[in-house]
Design a protein around this ligand. Structure first.
Ligand SMILES: Cc1cc2nc3c(=O)[nH]c(=O)nc-3n(C[C@H](O)[C@H](O)[C@H](O)COP(=O)(O)OP(=O)(O)OC[C@H]3O[C@@H](n4cnc5c(N)ncnc54)[C@H](O)[C@@H]3O)c2cc1C
Length: 308
């Protein structure tokens, strides 16, 4: 971002009283606690503020990055020059929108963590989102990534989403136009970039005992993941018919370290920050794993995480 754009942008943010920080360590905004410095990170709290931010970016012909809670995002650049739009402080409201028989539509602000939605569902006897257990992102990030597990993904329980495009136009998109696939979402008819602002979830009336029983499967699964350590969840997508973790284990990387990062001893598709890790450490480890998976097993491992 050149000096003139930066001055215009900052004065606009001040005028609209939108929270921002300059020269922030991005390690604080990624769950693996690795990252360089960003020139500018902006925290819109609601739709009105987000539209003002979009208009300011548009007026200054400025690109940007979007993040939720950074639980699937690696900031590898030593310096991030484009503004980062964070959903950490964005609307995290939750309300019951409508009921059809036993079906309940729960309306969630895109900034709310999945754990809060799950807790609300448990308290109010709503089933359908038990697989949120142990997934640490925001509702918006989860929809963008079609987060979930082999039992279910968020795309299966979406009724609709609200988005604001990079032109500042708002749309409500029903599930017929949402094309969810493995850790990915495409929206029919939307060719430009967009910000997810609201998520409507289809849940159903259940009982506390049934919900607890359903959650047990996910609780047990999470015991095999290094949840107490700094990570980004699974680094690689599973290639068809085989688990990426198994491939990584078979080519001898379990426990292998470069600098401050290691392949987890608990789950080989997790890379953990053992302390003081640098972006280059994880980038090298990912590259080493990909090269050996290809040369020894003929398998191309694609990253699931987003890299900035
Ligand atoms: C310990 C651990 C366990 C995990 N377990 C799982 C698991 O079981 N299953 C699973 O699927 N994932 C898992 N993850 C990965 C991660 O939690 C999910 O992908 C989560 O949905 C990402 O949400 P986020 O808000 O952190 O997104 P971020 O990492 O901040 O962003 C991810 C992507 O979404 C985009 N994005 C974020 N918010 C918005 C928005 N409002 N509008 C438009 N785009 C947006 C970003 O631009 C980026 O491309 C795990 C991660 C960790 C650290």
């Amino acid at each position: 971002m050149n000096k003139k754009k930066r001055i215009n942008l900052l004065s606009g943010l001040k005028e609209f009283e939108i929270e921002f920080l300059e020269n922030e360590e991005m390690s604080a905004y990624s769950s693996i606690k690795i990252g360089g410095l960003t020139d500018l990170i902006i925290f819109p709290k609601n739709e009105t503020e987000l539209i003002s931010v979009i208009n300011l970016l548009k007026a200054n012909l400025c690109g940007y990055y979007i993040i939720g809670r950074g639980t699937n995002t690696l900031f590898k650049a030593a310096r991030i020059y484009l503004p980062v739009i964070s959903f950490k402080k964005f609307d995290s409201s939750l309300s019951e929108n409508k009921k059809n028989g036993s079906e309940i539509v729960l309306e969630a602000g895109a900034g709310i963590p999945l754990s809060k939605i799950l807790n609300y569902a448990i308290k109010n006897n709503m089933g359908g989102c038990e697989f949120f257990y142990g997934i640490p992102g925001t509702a918006g990030g989860a929809v963008r990534m079609n987060a979930g597990s082999k039992e279910s993904v968020i795309g299966n329980i979406i009724y609709a989403v609200e988005i604001i495009t990079d032109k500042g136009v708002k749309y409500i998109i029903g599930n017929n136009d949402l094309k969810f696939s493995y850790r990915s979402l495409e929206i029919g008819g939307i060719k430009c970039d967009y910000f997810i602002t609201k998520v409507y979830l289809k849940l159903y009336g259940s009982s506390a005992s049934k919900i607890k029983e359903n959650i047990e499967v996910f609780k047990k699964r999470k015991l095999s993941q290094p949840l107490g350590e700094f990570s980004l969840g699974c680094i690689f997508k599973n290639p068809s018919g085989v688990s990426a973790g198994k491939v990584i284990e078979e080519i001898g990387f379990k426990g292998f370290s470069i600098g401050g990062v290691s392949v987890s001893e608990k789950h080989a598709n997790f890379i953990v920050n053992k302390g003081g890790a640098k972006p280059d450490d994880i980038v090298s480890l990912i590259k080493n794993i990909q090269e050996k998976a290809l040369s020894h097993r003929g398998i191309k491992l694609n990253t699931e995480i987003k890299i900035i």
